[in-house]
Design a protein around this ligand. Sequence first.
Ligand SMILES: [Zn+2]
Length: 366
Amino acid sequence: MFKKAVFPGKYIQGVGAISELPALIDLLGKHGLILASPTVHDKVLPEYNVDWSDRGIPIEVFHGECCEDELSRLAAAITQTHADVLVGMGGGKTIDTAKIAADRAGIPVIIVPTIASTDAPCSGCAVLYSKDGVFDSVCYQKSNPAAVLVDLGIIAAAPTRFLVAGMGDALSTWFEARSCERTQSANECGGYSTRAGLSIAKLCYETLLSHGVAAKIASEKRLVTPALDHIVEANTLLSGLGFESAGLASAHAIHNGLTALAETHSFYHGEKVAFGVLSGLQLTDASADETTTVYSFCEHVGLPTTLADIGLGNADRRQLMVAAEKACAPNQPIHHEAGVITPGKVLDAMLAADALGQERRKRTGR
Ligand SMILES: [Zn+2]
């Protein structure tokens, strides 16, 4: 196995960056097609004085699920409009649908995330579901998006909970990258981590600690500040490059396990990942200082620190064991941690993380 790293072709971020979209479409093809989430179509696009139909760029409204039916519908739209560049604008599922559809059609994709809730936009993979929303598979594209365009004004107008969840997803990046480096495990593009991948993952963590709280406050007030700018970059670019090129480990495996429990379904990906990070600290014997730093960060930005915070306040050991077992399935990245990881160890780590979260809350009142 060789060292490998993957990147999107271009990354553009700033207030009003959406104004670059027509030029980007022209750069990459002759006929653009936009797949927009309903919110983007009804609220975001009308705010920008670009007459897309005047420019000959049709807009398809996303039907809500990244599934084969939706991909077939989009494939027909690509053929009918002779599109040679596809734009995915919206949240995770719209973006993922655009990535898969463009990959299958052999055309470049431009990703325009309108929330900063996960690190999916820059990556070359996407999650496919059944039409009823049940996980089907992870699809790997031939290449990462040709361009990722992040308009800070749009992100700042979105609910703060999305930004905080994105910080939860980004929080895992350094810890998982470090574990993969320690155990020489594969990253998410089928190689060993480069120094670039590892350094980006570390910068992601440092950025969260330095600017996370200020960014959260700015987002609540709908303000665009340098701190918000830094955190949107951490959530979208640094975390995206970090996870894909440096690897995943216990935090995402525990997240995947938690999805088996229906009580957690109303919580965002990054919120469950954050609890996976805290459990991972217990599992991997992290230092007391590091544990304190991470708990304090989560408490200050409002990420979950107890099982109750992700809907599992009443869960018993038997239920939690279901999640622990799923987290330890043979294909899960938890095996990138050092030593032999068992469901019993993961269950105790989750309960220990919860107990510490509760204890700190009692003491600090947060
Ligand atoms: Zn994630």
